[in-house]
Unconditional design. Structure first.
Length: 555
């Protein structure tokens, strides 16, 4: 590698500094995250001793004659991710996170980068690259782009490459590119030089990502590229990487080699000015056909923003969810992650929900302090539930957090829930319990054993969806909007809320239903909803009970 100090490098000024100056000279064209990235990079270049391989850069970009002309933002990222090195010779940024609007050409960026890294120009042999996605079609998108380039220039490339519809191999380096689907089984033995995650928004948990990532480090200069537009999965890997990116860009945490390139509108209202669209799509100024297509979709969006919510989510990277059916938007759900104070000794109302004892069962304790409602909950999951294979949520991680318990039996014994309530009553004063009227029979005898007799209507309420729950929906909605509901850091509850939809009920009312009945569950949220149906039950929950032990601090 020919080392050139970064700020003396021709490549730096051509591809990096020029892009940063573009941001500095026209900040109105760029979103906040890219402006922050510009400031961060300026700081890094000033304070770190970095090197660049000018010859490598020019050799990489010589491949454009076989592929396509790269845009300025693509050259900027390839240079930073693949050609900038620390004093010890290691890549300065080994992880590229690129969140760009649909149509930007993110797969083109990925295919071009991967092609370069398996050639002798890269200088590392057996540098295998795995392109991963949640579907076979998506996993093969970039792979097929490279395949078509080789096929179109077959006479030239057959001297240097071997390729089939499943593998692309450089004959001199031995480096291979393969497409990988969402099934991570049997992938523990991978020795990847680089791993790509295409459309990260489709990943609901970290299971497959962890398997592929742990194969890195066995080859020199391990790298990872994450490309995506935004999507509808919340609290998953994409949201975590967005959160991490913002902390890095604001310099709240060190980047540790993570390069965040985020393109999005700064606010929802910016969509109405087409000059702002380049904030979300860095290629749209160079692609008239793309601009025409986005303009066409924009007209549909204006006519019906609900049906065409994907326009904002995927084109503009401003997630909208399913506004025709969601309980509240994701930003509001995230605001329930507030600190829970010490609740020991306080009064509360319990709620219980389940559809089948062979599936999920949940219980919640709801406390009211002044005008806020604080909720502690727990969920039990039957290991033999037929729905379990369909669920992509990180249930095992939530088990480690103490949010749920797996029950290794044909069903969840109702006594497990009443035992939990009995245990909680040693710390909290459970005044009332509410449970779905249609699910009560199975638990009635067990509830009676812990002091909640069905004959005592003041202590035990059997809720009905078309009356009790329908009446409480507006109240819960108002509490969400005013940030008066607190679940603490409970991703299981956030997941359950996001799985819940509003269903029309008589007289312009609503009740709660499931967005998808098999792979998405609502039990944790509905246990809270049941507790809220005791409309007058929270009048005394501000007082503590003198016979309880010394308070403990809840983190």
């Amino acid at each position: 590698m020919t080392k050139t100090i970064l700020t003396c490098s021709k490549s730096y000024f051509l591809y990096v500094d020029s892009y940063l100056k573009k941001i500095e000279e026209h900040p109105e064209k760029f979103n906040e995250e890219r402006i922050l990235l510009k400031d961060l990079l300026r700081y890094i270049f000033l304070h770190e001793k970095l090197y660049i391989d000018d010859e490598q850069v020019e050799n990489y970009f010589a491949f454009q004659k076989y592929f396509f002309q790269l845009y300025d933002w693509e050259k900027f990222l390839i240079v930073l991710h693949d050609c900038v090195f620390k004093e010890n010779g290691l890549p300065r940024w080994n992880v590229l996170f690129a969140l760009v609007g649909r149509g930007s050409g993110k797969n083109g960026l990925l295919s071009y980068e991967d092609f370069c890294l398996i050639t002798p120009v890269h200088g590392i042999k057996n540098y295998d690259i795995d392109i991963c996605a949640t579907s076979e079609e998506q996993a093969y998108t970039s792979f097929n782009e490279i395949y078509e380039v080789l096929e179109s220039n077959k006479k030239f490339f057959e001297k240097y490459f071997y390729w089939t519809q499943t593998v692309i191999k450089n004959l001199k380096t031995g480096s291979k590119i393969k497409a990988r689907t969402n099934n991570a089984k049997g992938k523990d033995g991978l020795r990847s030089g680089k791993v790509d995650f295409d459309e990260e928004h489709a990943y609901e948990n970290w299971e497959n990502i962890k398997v592929y990532t742990t194969g890195l480090g066995k080859k020199p200069h391990p790298r990872k590229t994450i490309i995506s537009s935004d999507g509808d999965v919340r609290d998953g890997p994409l949201d975590r990487d967005k959160e991490k990116s913002l902390k890095i860009l604001k310099r709240e945490i060190p980047d540790n080699g993570f390069l965040p390139f985020i393109c999005k509108l700064d606010s929802y209202d910016e969509v109405y000015d087409q000059s702002n669209w380049q904030k979300a799509n860095p290629s749209i100024e160079f692609k008239p056909d793309l601009m025409s297509e986005v303009q066409s979709e924009y007209i549909d969006f204006l006519e019906d923003p609900i049906i065409h919510s994907a326009f904002m989510t995927k084109r503009m990277n401003v997630p909208q969810g399913n506004k025709d059916r969601e309980v509240v938007d994701w930003e509001t759900i995230e605001k329930t992650n507030q600190k829970i104070p010490n609740l020991v000794g306080r009064s509360c109302i319990a709620g219980i929900d389940y559809s089948k004892t062979s599936d999920f069962m949940s219980a919640s304790l709801t406390f009211k302090i002044k005008d806020k409602y604080y909720v502690l909950s727990h969920t039990w999951v039957c290991k033999q539930s037929p729905d379990l294979p369909r669920i992509k949520a990180p249930l095992k991680d939530w088990e480690k957090m103490g949010l749920l318990t797996f029950v290794d039996d044909v069903e969840i014994n109702p006594e497990i829930i009443t035992d939990w309530l009995k245990e909680q009553s040693t710390k909290y004063k459970i005044k009332r319990i509410a449970i779905d009227n249609y699910r009560f029979t199975l638990l009635s005898s067990y509830l009676k054993k812990i002091g909640f007799d069905p004959k005592d209507k003041k202590k035990l309420k059997l809720t009905r969806p078309n009356t009790d729950i329908m009446r409480i929906v507006p109240t819960i909605n108002s509490l969400f909007l005013r940030e008066k509901i607190v679940f603490g850091d409970n991703p299981l509850m956030r997941w359950a809320i996001n799985n819940t939809k509003l269903e029309p009920a008589p007289n312009n009312n609503f009740k709660y239903g499931k967005i998808e009945p098999k792979s998405r569950k609502t039990d944790p949220f509905m246990s809270f909803v049941h507790s809220m149906t005791f409309e007058d039950g929270f009048t005394e929950t501000n007082s503590t009970h003198s016979n309880f032990p010394e308070p403990i601090i809840l983190k």
